[in-house]
Design a protein. Structure first.
Length: 340
């Protein structure tokens, strides 16, 4: 850092119900960022609506010395989540003390949220008309309360310039590294990631962490066909196969299926095949060719195409994440080498 240059000031606004990990990761990552001379690039300060003890979702509080006045001098403000719901998550409005605190932020200050901290930004009107994300479990409530926001629940973070949002707790790491990379380049961000023993960039988005994307209706006239299809998912099933299980024409079956499940039989089959492949990649060492066969995709190219489209990652990257192996199966290596 050149002589006389001031460090970028990051203020973290915490509230009762804080998740300690979210506060810690901000301090750890920004605190590790240094220039070639080893000089810290950021100055960090934690503040609360009222100085003093702040409850966490763990069995200990944290003591915060600074009040909301610290926000007035910040270059970046970060708002973590709270597990104690307030009006931002229940009524779609900003509580007065929180509104007063945010009112201290200077125009042009970069503002970011971690996890459901996005509800605070949305309640303040900062996300209207903009793309944003939050934890996938809270996506439905977020859409209901803040329809003016272009919610994307599948990504790890969003960057709208002066306003950024991230998904669940660990996605805050991705967001902080992204901000460091934007401020000081990839080399410094990579050094921070290496020092913290985290990847500098993660593939895919939240979709790969959602266990069951398609709920089954409790009772229906197409349920027997779905149960049969799940037992025979390794076969090359078609619409006629499913309709015949319910003694219906394909047209009637398709109409009733859409009414009961919300998507077409073909879309449902693909999603169930992806779920089967996910389970096999997570729980077994089965080669990708055998996963392809057991999930009924026909070819490894088809498996990889549908996996990438639905989850944003390849089957091998998914296995690396959830099974902790760095092995790339031969079939997928051939696909990657062929540029498919």
């Amino acid at each position: 850092m050149s002589e006389g240059a001031s460090r970028h000031r990051v203020a973290v606004l915490v509230r009762d119900g804080l998740l300690p990990m979210e506060l810690g990761l901000v301090h750890q990552l920004f605190g590790q960022a240094a220039d070639a001379d080893g000089e810290a690039l950021y100055e960090l300060v934690t503040c609360a609506l009222v100085p003093g003890p702040v409850r966490t979702d763990a069995d200990f509080p944290i003591l915060v010395d600074h009040g909301p006045q610290a926000l007035a001098d910040a270059d970046t403000v970060i708002i973590p989540a709270s597990h104690e719901f307030d009006a931002t998550e229940t009524e779609g409005r900003l509580p007065e003390p929180l509104a007063d605190a945010l009112g201290r932020i200077r125009p042009g200050t970069r503002i970011a949220s971690i996890c459901t901290g996005a509800f605070v930004l949305a309640a303040a009107g900062m996300l209207d008309g903009r793309r944003a994300t939050t934890h996938w479990k809270s996506a439905e409530d977020f859409r209901r309360l803040y329809p003016a926001v272009r919610l994307d629940p599948d990504v790890l973070y969003t960057d709208e310039g002066d306003v950024l949002t991230s998904a669940g707790e660990a996605a805050g790491i991705d967001l902080c590294l992204h901000m460091i990379r934007s401020d000081h380049g990839a080399a410094i961000a990579n050094d921070v990631a290496r020092s913290t023993v985290v990847p500098p960039h993660r593939d895919g988005g939240q979709a790969q962490f959602i266990k069951t994307p398609v709920p089954e209706p409790e009772s229906s006239s197409t349920g027997s066909a779905r149960a049969w299809a799940l037992k025979n998912i390794h076969l090359q099933l078609n619409l006629s196969d499913l309709a015949s299980r319910e003694s219906m024409s394909t047209r009637t079956f398709t109409r009733r299926f859409r009414e009961e499940v919300g998507i077409s039989p073909g879309q449902w089959l693909i999603q169930q095949r992806i779920e089967r492949a996910r389970q096999l990649l997570e729980d077994t060492d089965m080669p990708v060719e055998q996963v392809t066969e057991n999930a009924g995709f026909g070819t490894t190219a088809s498996l990889r195409q549908h996996f990438q489209s639905a989850l944003g990652v390849s089957p091998s990257a998914y296995r690396n994440t959830f099974r902790g192996t760095s092995v790339v199966e031969d079939g997928e290596a051939e696909l990657q080498g062929a540029g498919t």
